[in-house]
Design a protein around this ligand. Structure first.
Ligand code: SF4
Length: 190
């Protein structure tokens, strides 16, 4: 079919009008429509939470039965994500305590070793504290090349995991700055 320029514009304008009409009636599948069609969270008792994986702060609904998480999905009423979830956020259920694959004990593999040994939390915390103290003491810089007081160590870096919440990040940042760590980052900023 051949269209003149005038007919093409008329045809295209009609198509656009139909699209706008569909969107206006809620038949158009988009993020905005989810907020209107799924206002169920209060009725089935789901709790709201925020995805811990990055700085976007998407909202999620968590449903639990008998103390176990049975479903997690994007919150259609949340202004950031309007019900959507990226692959990472959609897999948030793996963080729940009833995930059988989630590690709940300390496993240690010695340098050069091939096997994992089970250790206690006390052993792990003492070992980490010892290594941090020894590394800091052996590499502490009091003044820089201009003679300015800096009190820092450049031998330790701290990279916060995405499951840390705001309060945990705040405490970690305080601790790291107190001992002179300057290489401090968090996954959510990357
Ligand atoms: S990881 Fe995905 S779902 Fe989670 S806050 Fe970031 S964009 Fe949103």
């Amino acid at each position: 079919m051949e269209l003149s320029r005038r007919e093409f514009l008329k045809f295209g304008g009609g198509g656009m009008g139909a699209l706008v009409l569909l969107k206006g009636t809620g038949s158009f599948g988009g993020r905005g429509s989810a907020a209107k069609s799924l206002p169920l969270k209060k009725q089935i008792g789901e709790k709201t939470t925020i995805c811990p994986y990055d700085g976007s702060g998407c909202g999620f609904l968590v449903a639990a039965e008998n103390g176990k998480v049975v479903n997690i999905e994007g919150d259609p009423e949340h202004p950031v994500n309007r019900g959507s979830a990226c692959a990472k956020g959609a897999s948030m259920r793996q963080l729940s305590a009833d995930n059988p694959w989630r590690l709940s004990k300390v496993l240690y593999r010695s340098p050069g070793g091939s096997d994992w040994e089970e250790k206690s939390w006390d052993w792990a915390l003492d070992s980490i504290a010892r290594k941090i103290k020894d590394t800091r003491d052996a590499n502490f810089i009091e003044t820089n090349s201009d003679g300015n007081l800096v009190n820092r160590t450049e031998a330790i870096g701290n990279f916060g995991g995405s499951a840390l919440d705001n309060e945990e990040c705040y405490l970690l940042a305080k601790l790291n700055r107190a001992i002179g760590v300057v290489y401090l980052e968090h996954h959510a900023r990357i």
